[in-house]
Design a protein around this ligand. Structure first.
Ligand code: BDR
Ligand code: CA
Length: 300
C-alpha cells in the first residue's frame, strides 16, 4: 500500500493489516492529506496499534508532488491527519530507505507478481516507474483510489489524489500496467452509515478507534461518511459487489480542469484500446456489511 493517512487511509490500512486473505508486504507513504512526516508517523501508529511493528515495514516517500506545489487536506483530516483518537507516540522507526528504493527492492525480490494499492497521490509510483521501469513486469495490477468520471471533490473536474499530483497520475496511467480506478463514482455512493458507525463503536477496541477517527472526518454528512480508500480493499476482496467498465483514461495537467481524469467514454478515439477498469457502481449495503464483518475480526 502506498498511502497518506488520512482517516480513510487509516481505515483501509486497518482492514489490509487484519484481513487474513491479504498479505500486506510493505507500506510506503506520500505527502497528501498532510505532510509526509505526519503520514509516515500515522501509518506507523496504525501498524503499532495492531502490534504489527515487527512484521510490516514502512518507508517514507515523496515530500511533494513532481511539479505542482504541495497543498494538504488538513481541513478534512485534522492537523495530525488522523484526528479523533489518541494513539501512542511510541512507534517503530521507518526503514532507512526511501519509498521508491523499498518498492523496488520488495517488488524485485518477491517470488510472485505484486498488487500496488495507492490511496494517496501517485508521486512515489511515478518516480518508481521512471527510475526502475523493470518493476512493471512484476506488477500484477494497480488498484488505485482516485479520479472521477463525474464531479470532483477538489474542483468540479478533479478528485483530490489526482489533483494533488496530476503529472504523476499521467505517468502511472501511461505505464502500461493494468489499473483499476476506484474513484468518486463509487466511493461517494458507498457511505458508511451512522448505524454502521454506531455498531462498530462498541464492537471491540479497533472498532472504537475506527469509529472515533471516522466521525472526525470533515466530509461526513447526514447520510454517513465516504471512506474512499477503503473501497480499494473492498474491490480487492469483493469485486462482485462493484461494476466496472474498461476505458481509456488520460489526465489533464493544466488549466481549470487540472487533475481531471478524462475518459474516452466511446472507446473510439483509441481504437478500442483501454488502460483501466473503471469502477462505476457499487453495492453500498454490501460495503457496510463487509466493513462491519472486517472490524469484528480485528484483534489488538
Ligand atoms: C481521497 O482524498 C483524500 O483526502 C482521501 O484520503 C482519499 O484518498 C479522496 O478524494
Ligand atoms: Ca488517501
Amino acid at each position: 500500500m502506498d498511502t497518506d493517512p488520512g482517516i480513510d487511509d487509516a481505515a483501509a490500512l486497518s482492514v489490509a493489516i487484519n484481513d487474513p486473505k491479504l498479505d500486506l508486504k510493505l507500506v510506503t507513504t506520500v505527502a497528501g492529506n498532510v505532510t509526509v512526516d505526519k503520514t509516515t508517523k500515522n501509518a506507523l501508529k496504525i501498524i503499532s496499534f495492531f502490534n504489527q511493528g515487527d512484521k510490516i515495514p514502512v518507508a517514507a516517500g515523496a515530500v511533494q508532488p513532481l511539479i505542482k506545489p504541495f497543498e494538504d487536506a488538513a481541513r478534512i483530516h485534522g492537523e495530525s491527519g488522523m484526528r479523533g483518537y489518541q494513539f501512542s507516540n511510541e512507534t517503530p522507526e521507518p526503514l532507512k530507505m526511501t519509498a521508491v528504493q523499498a518498492l523496488h527492492k520488495y517488488i524485485m525480490e518477491s517470488d510472485e507478481k505484486v498488487t500496488l494499492v495507492p490511496t494517496g497521490s501517485y508521486t512515489n509510483i511515478a518516480l518508481l516507474f521512471s527510475e526502475y521501469p523493470e518493476v512493471k513486469d512484476k506488477i500484477e495490477r494497480i488498484v488505485a483510489m482516485g479520479g472521477t468520471l463525474g464531479y470532483g471533490n477538489m474542483t468540479s473536474a478533479a478528485e483530490f489524489n489526482v489533483f494533488t499530483d496530476p503529472h504523476a497520475a499521467k505517468i502511472m496511467y501511461q505505464a502500461g500496467v493494468p489499473i483499476v480506478m476506484v474513484g468518486l463514482d463509487v466511493t461517494n455512493k458507498a457511505l458508511l452509515t451512522h448505524e454502521t458507525l454506531a455498531e462498530i463503536e462498541t464492537m471491540n477496541p479497533a472498532g472504537k478507534m475506527l469509529h472515533d477517527i471516522i466521525i472526525s472526518d470533515g466530509d461526513r454528512n447526514e447520510n454517513g461518511v465516504a471512506m474512499h480508500d477503503v473501497n480499494t480493499i473492498f474491490y480487492l476482496l469483493h469485486p462482485e459487489f462493484m461494476q466496472t467498465k474498461p476505458l481509456w483514461i488520460d489526465i489533464q495537467t493544466e488549466g481549470p480542469a487540472n487533475g481531471e481524469t478524462v475518459a474516452d467514454i466511446r472507446v473510439a478515439y483509441h481504437n478500442g484500446k483501454t488502460n483501466a477498469e473503471v469502477c462505476v457502481d457499487i453495492d453500498s449495503q454490501a460495503f457496510n456489511d463487509w466493513f462491519k464483518a472486517e472490524v469484528k475480526q480485528m484483534k489488538v
